[in-house]
Design a protein around this ligand. Structure first.
Ligand code: AMP
Ligand code: GLY
Length: 422
C-alpha cells in the first residue's frame, strides 16, 4: 500500500521512516519532505503544498491513507477537504484543530469542561491588558491567540517584560493576526511533560510519554524555541500520574469536544505542567504530534505503524496494543546558526553516520543542492540515541552529534537532564 505524510520536519521524517519499515508498504510519499526524506531510498518527496492539489495527487496515485504532521494544514482544513472527497486521512478537522489554533478557544474550552489549567483572561484592548498585569503581578505569561510556530509565548519574570510583551503583540502587531488577541495567564511552576494520544473519534490510545526542552541553551536558559531536544519515556509520568492525566485531562477533553459537537480525531498532545505536589495542569493543546518528541517516540515504537494508522482511520484503535522498546531514547536537535530569531541557511552538512540499531539521525531543515546536503531551516537535524538508561542513551546520541559538522551548529549538551534526576 501507499501512504502520504504531509510536512517537512524531523517529525515527518520520523513518521515516514517508521511507516516505511512495514512489510506492507509499497511507497511512502512525503510532501514536501526534506533532504533526509529525499535521500532515503524507501521514501519519495512530492513537491506539493496546495491542499487541493495534494488531494488530486492522492487520488491519482491510489494512496490509501494520509498522515498529517504540522498544524498549519490541519487548521487550514485538510482533513475536512480530504474527507469530503472520500479520502482516508488521520488528523483533526479544522473545527477540532481550534484546540491548538486558538489559545482563547482552548482556554475557554478547558474552563467550561473543568480541565485543570492556569487561570487566565483574554484581551484585545491594550489598556485593559496592561491593567490586568498590574493587578496580578509577575511572573505572568502572555500568549498570542493564534498559531505562532511556538514563538508566541512570553514567560515574563518582571512587570516590565510583561508590559513589553503586550505592546509587542497587541500594539506593534508583531505576530500579525495571530496576536490580535492575547491570552494572559497565571505562571505555573513545576516540571513539564508531553502527553500524546491517538484518537479515532471513539477510542483513545496513549503513546509513550516524553519531555521536550524548549529553551535554546543548557540549564533551560536563553529564548524559547520550537524544541531543542526530547527524550522518551519521561519518568515524571509514573503509572499513577498517567492514570490521573487520562482521567482528569485527556478523557474529559475528548468527551468535552463531543459534547460541544466536535468529534476529535487525530493526535492530541497535552503539554503538561506538573507541580511540586504532583498536580498536572494543561499548559496547551496541540492537535498533532510534537516535534522533536516524535523522533524519540517513533524510535521506540515496535508495533507496525501502518497497522496503527489503519485502525486510527477506521475507528478501531481499541483493537490494537502498542509495543515499546524498553530502552530510553534521547533526541538532540542540531540547530542552525542564528536560530531561533534568524537562522542562517546554506551551510554544508558533513559527517552524518549511517543509522544503527542504537542511533538514528532524522532530518528537518536540510535540502539537497547539487548533490550536497545543506542547511535550509532553523532546526536542522535530530540525532536519537537509544540506551538502557537516560545516561547511556545520551552518551550514544552525543557520540553521533560529535561526528556531525556544519558552520554555526548549535545544540544543547544536556538533553535528558531532568530524566537523570529521577
Ligand atoms: P505553550 O506554547 O503554551 O506550550 O508555551 C510554550 C512554553 O512556555 C511552555 O512549554 C512552557 O515552558 C512555557 N509556559 C507556557 N505557559 C506557561 C505557564 N502558564 N506557566 C509557566 N510556563 C508556561
Ligand atoms: N515540541 C513542542 C511542539 O511540538 O509543540
Amino acid at each position: 500500500m501507499k501512504i502520504l505524510v504531509v510536512g517537512s520536519g524531523g517529525r515527518e521524517h520520523a513518521l515516514a521512516w517508521k511507516l516505511a519499515q512495514s512489510e506492507r508498504i509499497q511507497m511512502v510519499y512525503v510532501a514536501p519532505g526534506n533532504g533526509g526524506t529525499a535521500r532515503d531510498q524507501r521514501l519519495v518527496n512530492v513537491n506539493i503544498t496546495d491542499l487541493h492539489e495534494l488531494a488530486n495527487f492522492v487520488e491519482s496515485e491510489g494512496i490509501s491513507l494520509t498522515v498529517v504532521g504540522p498544524e498549519t494544514p490541519l487548521a487550514g482544513g485538510i482533513v475536512n477537504l480530504f474527507r469530503a472527497r472520500g479520502l482516508k486521512i488521520f488528523g483533526p478537522t479544522r473545527e477540532a484543530a481550534q484546540l491548538e489554533s486558538s489559545k482563547d478557544f482552548a482556554k475557554a474550552f478547558m474552563q467550561r469542561h473543568g480541565i485543570p489549567t492556569a487561570k487566565y483572561q483574554t484581551f484585545s484592548d491594550v489598556a485593559q491588558a496592561h491593567a490586568y498585569i498590574d493587578a496580578n503581578g509577575a511572573p505572568i505569561v502572555i500568549k498570542a491567540d493564534g498559531l505562532a510556530a511556538g514563538k508566541g509565548v512570553v514567560v515574563a519574570l518582571s512587570l516590565e517584560e510583561a508590559h513589553r510583551a503586550v505592546d509587542d503583540m497587541l500594539a506593534d502587531n508583531r505576530f500579525g493576526d495571530a496576536g490580535a488577541r492575547i491570552v494572559i495567564e497565571e505562571f505555573l511552576a513545576g516540571e513539564e511533560a508531553s502527553f500524546i494520544v491517538m484518537c479515532d473519534g471513539k477510542n483513545i490510545l496513549p503513546l509513550a510519554t516524553s519531555q521536550d526542552h524548549k529553551r535554546l541553551k543548557d540549564n533551560d536558559e536563553g529564548p524559547n524555541t520550537g524544541g531543542m531536544g526530547a527524550y522518551s519515556p519521561a519518568p515524571i509520568v509514573t503509572p499513577a500520574m498517567h492514570a490521573r492525566v487520562m482521567r482528569e485531562i485527556i478523557n474529559p477533553t475528548i468527551a468535552g469536544m463531543a459534547k460541544d459537537g466536535i468529534v476529535f480525531t487525530g493526535f492530541l498532545y497535552a503539554g503538561l505542567m506538573i507541580d511540586a505536589a504532583g498536580n498536572p495542569r494543561t499548559l496547551e493543546f496541540n492537535c498533532r504530534m510534537g516535534d522533536p518528541e516524535t523522533q524519540p517516540i517513533m524510535s521506540r515504537l515496535k508495533t507496525d505503524l501502518v497497522a496503527v494508522m489503519e485502525h486510527a482511520v477506521n475507528g478501531t484503535l481499541d483493537q490494537i496494543e502498542l509495543e515499546w522498546d524498553r530502552r530510553t531514547a534521547v533526541g538532540v536537535v542540531l540547530a542552525a546558526d542564528g536560530y531561533p530569531d534568524a537562522p542562517l541557511k546554506g551551510a554544508v552538512i558533513d559527517g552524518i553516520p549511517a543509522e544503527t540499531p542504537e542511533a538514528i539521525t532524522f532530518h528537518a531543515g536540510t535540502a539537497e543542492v547539487d548533490g550536497q546536503l545543506v542547511v535550509s531551516g532553523g532546526r536542522v537535524l535530530c540525532v536519537v540515541g537509544l540506551g538502557d538508561s537516560v545516561k547511556l542513551a545520551q552518551k550514544t546520541a552525543y557520540e553521533v552529534v560529535d561526528q556531525i559538522r556544519f558552520a554555526g551548529m548549535q545544540c544543547r549538551r544536556d538533553i535528558g537532564w531532568r530524566g537523570l534526576k529521577h
